[in-house]
Design a protein around this ligand. Structure first.
Ligand code: 5GP
Ligand code: ZN
Length: 115
């Protein structure tokens, strides 16, 4: 598993920083956002470090698909049964603050923030 030494989300993957986990398996970790913008707000990340969607390739397609594929089930389980948004910020203009690829899941009840 390739993690980056000084990346905050890699540090969460390695258990060096605590997080309120929503899901964990071999390739994916989901945890609550520390600064929620919606009643339900968690992040899905690949355990392998990749900065953002500029740097993904065919080798990431499976994990990208799995993250989206489980978003609805996790959103429902966390209490967002009436709707949710998924957001992936990429690069400075794309409002990315943490450079480890992550999928925001923002769920109701209303109102939903922009992430
Ligand atoms: P970005 O703007 O990069 O898409 O969003 C990064 C998100 O990561 C922000 O919503 C921020 O609140 C969240 N975040 C940053 N550091 C931590 C942390 O140490 N723990 C958790 N759980 N969330 C974090
Ligand atoms: Zn990382």
């Amino acid at each position: 598993m390739s993690t980056k030494h000084d990346c905050i989300f890699c540090r969460i993957v390695r258990g060096e920083i605590p997080a309120r986990k929503v899901h964990e398996d071999e390739d994916i970790l989901a945890f609550h956002d520390i600064n929620p913008h919606a009643p339900v707000h968690f992040l899905l990340i690949p355990k392998v470090h990749v900065d953002n969607l500029y740097d993904t390739g065919p080798e990431h397609e499976r994990v990208l698909g799995r993250m989206l594929g489980m978003a609805g089930e996790l959103a429902r389980r966390e209490g967002a049964g009436d709707g949710f948004r998924v957001v992936i910020n990429n690069g400075r203009v794309g409002r990315q603050e943490v450079y480890h690829l992550h999928v925001h899941v923002l769920g109701g009840p209303e109102p939903l923030g922009r992430a």
